[in-house]
Design a protein around this ligand. Structure first.
Ligand SMILES: [Zn+2]
Length: 231
């Protein structure tokens, strides 16, 4: 192993991955990233290890990418919740998402990524993942306290599963605690369950999986009227 192999993702950012995974279990990680690839390392990027940092900080990587859209373009979670948590956190230096860049020095107001970094924008508009860069100091790198995703206003209900784990012809029962509504869903879409039919559906499909309304939004409505067990 060469002495340049011992890079590491800042522990604070490892914690952020953990928090997102706990909040959105089963999410796609297809464009998650930490260390820079070859394209990244050819230029200055927080994805590159900092070999000039001293002591235990040597080789620290100060940026990660968090997948928002899966291969089919489906949202894995509400990106605004993550953004709001990040903007409140003293560790964050800047965030890039959906053609916008949000910098601490500018109060995390949205700026056009194309204007701030035209070359970066041409390479990647960041409409599939959120890029997070942290401050260049030991506190920001090694502080592993929670990122408070669940404390974001409007996100009091933990997301139990991000998208229904359903396959073709594999119908499942879901329950949204905030609205107290049951749904049956498969890969093609979802339908509300009539309250009087819930027990019958449980007999047929087993106990419902608890899910957030936003997570279920990913599936199209097959029919807005509640479904009968007899159908
Ligand atoms: Zn990135």
């Amino acid at each position: 192993m060469s002495k340049f192999d011992d890079w590491f993702i800042a522990p604070s950012l490892r914690q952020l991955f953990k928090d997102v995974n706990a909040w959105a279990p089963g999410r796609s990680t297809r464009s998650d990233g930490g260390i820079g690839n070859k394209a990244h390392s050819a230029r200055l990027s927080d994805h590159n290890p900092d070999w000039l940092a001293k002591g235990r900080r040597r080789g620290v990587v100060r940026a990660i990418d968090i997948t928002v859209l899966d291969a089919k373009g489906r949202r894995q979670f509400d990106p605004d919740v993550v953004l709001r948590a990040l903007f409140k956190d003293r560790r964050v230096r800047y965030v890039i998402w959906d053609s916008g860049i949000y910098r601490r020095k500018n109060g995390f107001r949205r700026e056009s990524y194309a204007k701030v970094n035209p070359l970066g924008y041409l390479r990647n508009k960041h409409d599939h993942h959120i890029h997070v860069s942290i401050e260049q100091n030991e506190a920001a790198e090694f502080d592993t306290s929670s990122w408070g995703l669940l404390a974001v206003e409007g996100n009091t209900t933990p997301v139990v599963t991000v998208r229904p784990q359903v396959q073709e012809n594999d119908m499942k029962l879901f329950f949204v605690p905030t609205t107290k509504v049951h749904y049956v869903a498969d890969a093609s879409g979802k339908r509300r369950v009539r309250d009087s039919d819930v027990d019958e559906w449980k007999n047929a499909l087993g106990e419902p999986k608890v899910i957030s309304a936003t997570a279920l939004d990913i599936l199209p409505d097959l029919d807005r009227s509640p479904i009968n067990r007899a159908e």
